[in-house]
Design a protein around this ligand. Structure first.
Ligand code: PLP
Length: 378
């Protein structure tokens, strides 16, 4: 069967190649050129963070977070098991130990009420992941962190343009990480950003990103030469990526609105199946504004997910599932620790299906998807 409804289709604004040509003609190709600076400034304004730094991926931004917190062998970071590998891998790279706690039933985000009991004298940070661009319970998480003198590092890979109580996701903890990967809303192919909210960490972040040197200060004329200051790496993307991203950032509002439009169409169309208890739709807490990143459904317990996915596939509709909980993965078993039960993580992740959702998806495509899904879950 030919694919009729792809799972994802990257959206191009049309200005990307023009910007790339500009960078080309101006012979500005290395990182931190004019387009990168524009992106930094815009992200700072949009997210309300003290400093935004482009990285070559969200994974890179998460690795920078571990370096910035001086995560050392044995240090623990509390996070959900229901997340993308990079959240945990960034900690493991420094010799740290991700400690998993279970997720909430409604948002599939970390269950904040389970965090405190997982804290030990080795705990350094809490790493909430804003699943589907819907905010974690940040007030409670920040309060727990303050009580125990821990840092909060947000994985806001899916959360660009989303807010929690009016604050941009990624701008609430000491640091946040965004992704501009092709599969996210606002894209650069591979790309990301570190949001630094604690001004005391800005200089250190710049040094880590520039191979452990104070080159950023040198470029600003603050020092007359630059040297090796501390451990770091090369986390900055070249100008061509920033030129591409700049076109996308200029249209971030339209991109978000279009995706939200598609999201709400699914939400209305699937109401009936929820009433019939064939599936559950996503739940968005009142104080969260999301960005339409993802539309997922949780199938009723008696349904066979693999079969539902196959029925969709046989009709040319590409739907997928994720994540395999990290505590059940080979590396997760080796490097991580579980605190408490993983009942919700295991149950919810085994029943979840992500429906196709992308900028410009037509009503007909969504109707067809829902139509086939309806037959598959009856
Ligand atoms: C996509 C994603 C990442 C990784 O982003 P990259 O930019 O591909 O490195 C990390 N965490 C979460 C939750 C993600 O969805």
């Amino acid at each position: 069967m030919q694919e009729i409804v792809p799972f994802n289709k990257p959206h191009m604004t049309g200005k990307e190649l023009y910007n790339i040509a500009q960078a080309h003609f101006n012979s500005r190709l290395a990182g931190d050129g004019p387009y990168t600076k524009n992106c930094h400034y815009r992200l700072e304004r949009m997210c309300g963070c003290a400093r935004a730094l482009l990285t070559h991926s969200c994974t890179a931004a998460l690795e920078m977070q571990s370096l910035l917190l001086d995560i050392a062998p044995g240090d623990e970071v509390i996070m959900p098991s229901y997340t993308f590998v990079s959240t945990a891998n960034a900690v493991v790279l420094r010799g740290g130990v991700p400690v998993f706690v279970d997720i909430r039933e409604d948002t599939l985000n970390i269950n904040e009420t389970l965090i405190e009991e997982a804290i030990t004298e080795k705990t350094k940070a809490i790493a909430p992941v804003h699943y589907a661009g819907i905010g974690c319970e940040m007030d409670e998480i920040m309060a727990i962190a303050a009580r125990h003198h821990l840092k909060v590092i947000e994985d806001a890979a899916q959360g660009f343009m989303s807010t929690y109580k009016g604050k941009a996701l990624g701008s609430i903890g000491q640091m946040g990480a965004l992704s501009f990967h092709e599969t996210k809303n606002v894209i650069a192919g591979e790309g990301g950003a570190l949001l630094v909210n604690d001004p005391g960490l800005i200089l250190k972040a710049e040094i880590i990103r520039e191979k452990g040197t104070d080159r950023s200060r040198f470029f600003r004329g603050e020092v007359d030469k630059y040297t090796w200051q501390s451990v770091g790496s090369s986390y900055l993307p070249g100008e061509l990526i920033a030129a591409f991203l700049w076109a996308q950032l200029e249209e971030a509002q339209e991109i978000t609105e279009n995706r939200l439009h598609c999201w709400h169409r699914y939400h209305t169309m699937l109401e009936d199946l929820e009433h019939k208890e064939r599936l559950r739709r996503p739940i968005v807490p009142k104080h969260c504004r999301h960005n339409g990143h993802m539309y997922y459904v949780l199938l009723a317990e008696d349904l066979d997910r693999q079969r539902v996915l196959e029925v969709l596939k046989d009709s040319g509709i590409h739907a997928v599932f994720h994540y395999v909980p990290l505590h059940t993965s080979p590396a997760g078993k080796k490097f991580c620790r579980v605190h408490g039960g993983m009942r919700k993580t295991e149950d919810l992740s085994s029943r979840l299906i992500r429906l196709p959702l992308w900028f410009g998806m037509t009503l007909e495509m969504q109707e067809k998807t829902v139509d086939v899904l309806q037959k598959a879950v009856q």
